[in-house]
Design a protein around this ligand. Sequence first.
Ligand code: M6R
Length: 611
Amino acid sequence: MCGIVAYIGSKPAYPILINGLKRLEYRGYDSAGIALLDKNISTYKRKGKVSDLEAFVEDKNTNGFIGIGHTRWATHGAPNDVNAHPHVSQHGHFVIIHNGIIENYGRLKKRLEDRGYKFQSETDTEVLSNLIEYIYLKGNVSAEIAVRLALTKVIGAYGLVIMCKDEPDKLIAARKGSPLVIGIGKEEYYLASDATPIVEYTKSVIYLNENDIAIIKKDELSLKSLTNEKLTPEIHTLDLDVDEIEKGGYEHYMLKEIFEQPRSILDTFRGRVVPDMSAIHLGGLLEVLPRLKEAKRIIIIGCGTSWHAGLVGEYLLEDLARIPVEVEYASEFRYRNPIINKDDVIIAISQSGETADTLAAIQLAKENGAMVLGICNVVGSSIPRLTDGGVYTHAGPEIGVASTKAFTAQVTVLTMMAILLGRERNIISDENYKKLILELVSIPEKIEKILTYSAVFEKIAALYKNANNFLYLGRGYFFPVALEGALKLKEISYIHAEGYPAAEMKHGPIALIDEKMPIVVIAAKDKSYEKVVSNIQEVKARKGIVIAIVTEGDTIIKEMADHVLEIPYTHEALGPLLAVIPLQLLSYYIAVMRGCNVDQPRNLAKSVTVE
Ligand code: M6R
């Protein structure tokens, strides 16, 4: 949610910033802007995409070896040119980019207005730029001190990069709640919200920690705390390649990421399922395993697609490991005074590792003494740093705003955890343990097969692309998949879609069904198969259009459904990993045919770092 990028060194900053903004555009695309420090500071900003900014800047002066850039997901104030970042302070001493929210900006703004400050924009960020400048001028202090003092007055979250016109040899960066990575080059530094704009220049990075302030000259970096203690930076090596963040010949990132799933699932279990398939080894859980396997209750928290993966986790952990599980929206969990016991284990699921509601829910659980584990994709992000243990998903960078490969990687991790805990708790026999592991290992190949049917999904998409509503039905393990299918369709094609447990249809949604309503039913072979067949008959009796996801060779549903999409047979516990693939592709093709921006759907952003 908002992407920030900055550069200081001996190369022209503009191309680095504009390319960086393109890499970060998935984090927000309401407006984009840059500021370059040459003799003076030149600031250019535009509502809309980075390409709009690029066109606007074409005939302008883009000189300078220091600069900052921002791509915005609007929080305070409409998406327009004025509210776009960077924000310049009233007397032009400071220019800043910000990701996050200053919660007490109203009070700070009032105080500054009382002292003669006038504001151009509706943003909280402009308040911060003016606050820094006010302290700088009034206190006659250095830019660094002004930034530090200003930040002690701020309540909220920020990833910030600041330039001061009077100290043109440095950038000042600070982090609280919103991520910031510094790339180390040879006499140059790169800064960004995540590593994607940095990886093509350097693999050596520093992840800023909470309340860190970095003062960065082209040949020197000094790291301090908000209380001015000197800190030693910890240098990490990025495990990321540039081609992982390119489209690689696909029309959209989402399509690439759907097709990457055989590989991303394999990468997620590689090295964790031991070569003879006889054991699961999750290094990030080793220390916490004794407490985890004795947990009285597991509470899974997440948002959006990660919450759906959590629901699959509930079925898996209760079925295979017999541990009671509750799944909560992180945003609800934190505000409803939940009962958290010391022997509960919390599992936080997040692709980005930065989702504000999930982070806040983790804080709450920790304050109540619960052990918190993370299932995250982005290495070095906030959630893995805050948790007591966990498992990375190894899905690789997910750039499409609609989550696809992150979901299947999360479910893969939850599947491994459930099988492992089932074995540790003596719920699963040796034979079943091996059988489940073998089934898991066969999933990538089965997904490869489903992907070869993509032309079939495309044809069905063409038939129903103009529908106004869709219903998605599933039972048991396939209920969360129905929710996920509906979310995928609505977020990228803007068609209204609802996911329901198939049996709940008769308690209300059946009233919606008519001859225009496509109903996607996940009807793969499992213990509820017969019941789902009855649900399909109920839909057909009301003339609804049935698109059924069935197990290969199914003849019964073929007779009654309007369309069937086949998936290979697997153990029902692994069914979600296969059944979700046709739903992802169906949504993708419908959205493309409706002319929607698949990778950057309206109003959304990839990581939601506001509460
Ligand atoms: O990064 P996270 O997994 O914490 O993100 C959670 C949701 O914001 C995310 O899954 C969202 O629902 C996706 N756009 C769904 O495709």
